[in-house]
Design a protein around this ligand. Structure first.
Ligand code: SF4
Length: 327
């Protein structure tokens, strides 16, 4: 699958009723995932670090970039999680109406047509057994195929689609993502969804350090224009939060693909020295300020995810009304 070996693992759950993604405002608590390792292999992916605990007992010599981990019988497991012993739906009541469930915290929901079909099935179960709204995120250009499977008027408005990219440059994206479709194809797919009246949102992440302060403003404006952000419900954005191995992988991937300046800029903000920490903060603030200016006229539209520390918290907290989301 996507050029990787598939590992099937037994799983007791597909749905996490109370995930940390609520803090990112991507959902109201619940997330679901039919797999544990993705069809793609982005250099910055945080999943390998999570999977290091090896909850599924997979052969530890297999690396994230070599395998797709799928959960056995995901649809049955999901149905069971959402159903009481008497066969009636578990999630009912006015408080549950419109609560947002997010997919996926661990894998791409549309990395190939098999996964597209699995995602459609999982969404159908959730839409049937709960009054929730579903938010799907992908780096694929196959989201329209998912949407076609969920296009009945009765459910169409209960799904929100987002594609993520941290750059508009096809070559650059290919350098530090892994096996993903071209950004330009992804953008076409979000336009298709918008033109067909599906609900969409933006995910401009992870974006890299740029050369000058002005470049961040230009980048934010260009993203808004190309993604047609005016048609989106919300726009999330985030800088690249690479640590440890994922930093080394990303820097190496950029260099290998001929993006030496991008690699140098990333290195300069990631060394961990006092100067580098200041440079990191400038990078994050300028990225935020660029986006904040673009969405200034639409309160609540921007959701800029930012990990803060004691010394930086006050600056970011003062900008929550402009869209800063403190993590
Ligand atoms: S698409 Fe997402 S989950 Fe998949 S490898 Fe890339 S960052 Fe990780």
């Amino acid at each position: 699958m996507n050029g990787k070996s598939v590992v099937m693992v037994p799983a007791k759950t597909i749905l996490n009723f109370q995930s940390g993604f609520v803090h990112k405002m991507l959902c109201d608590g619940p997330t679901f995932s039919t797999g544990s390792a993705c069809g793609y292999s982005c250099s910055f992916c945080y999943v390998p670090a999570i999977m290091r605990k090896n909850p599924h007992g997979i052969d530890p010599s297999l690396k994230h970039e070599e395998i797709v981990v799928r959960r056995e019988n995901p649809i049955e497991v999901l149905r069971r999680q959402l159903t009481r012993a008497n066969g009636k739906p578990k999630i009912t009541g006015p408080d549950e109406v419109g609560r947002v469930v997010f997919a996926s915290p661990l894998v791409d929901v549309a990395a190939n047509m098999d996964l597209v079909r699995e995602t459609i099935e999982a969404c159908r179960v959730i839409l049937e057994l709960t009054p929730w709204t579903i938010r799907l995120l992908s780096k694929s250009n196959l989201l329209p195929k998912v949407a076609e499977g969920l296009a009945d008027p009765a459910i169409k408005d209960r799904v929100i689609y987002g594609v993520s990219t941290g750059t508009l440059d096809d070559r650059l994206a290919q350098a530090f993502e892994g096996g993903t479709p071209l950004v330009s194809k992804r953008i076409q797919s979000i336009h298709w969804l918008q033109d067909k009246g599906f609900r969409t949102y933006g995910m401009i992440c992870p974006s890299l350090p740029l050369e000058t302060r002005e470049d961040y403003w230009d980048f934010a404006r260009e993203c808004a224009e190309k993604l047609r952000a005016d048609r989106m419900e919300h726009v999330w954005a985030e800088v690249i939060n690479v640590r440890g191995e994922s930093f080394e992988r990303t820097e190496a991937a950029l260099r290998e693909a001929g993006f030496a300046r991008e690699a140098e800029r990333l290195k300069a903000v990631s060394l961990g020295t006092p100067e580098s920490k200041l440079a990191w903060e400038d990078y994050a603030r300028w990225t935020f300020e660029g986006h904040a200016e673009v969405y200034a006229g639409v309160p609540g539209k921007l959701r800029f995810l930012q990990y803060v520390t004691k010394p930086t918290e006050a600056w970011w907290a003062a900008r929550e009304n402009q869209g800063a989301v403190l993590l």
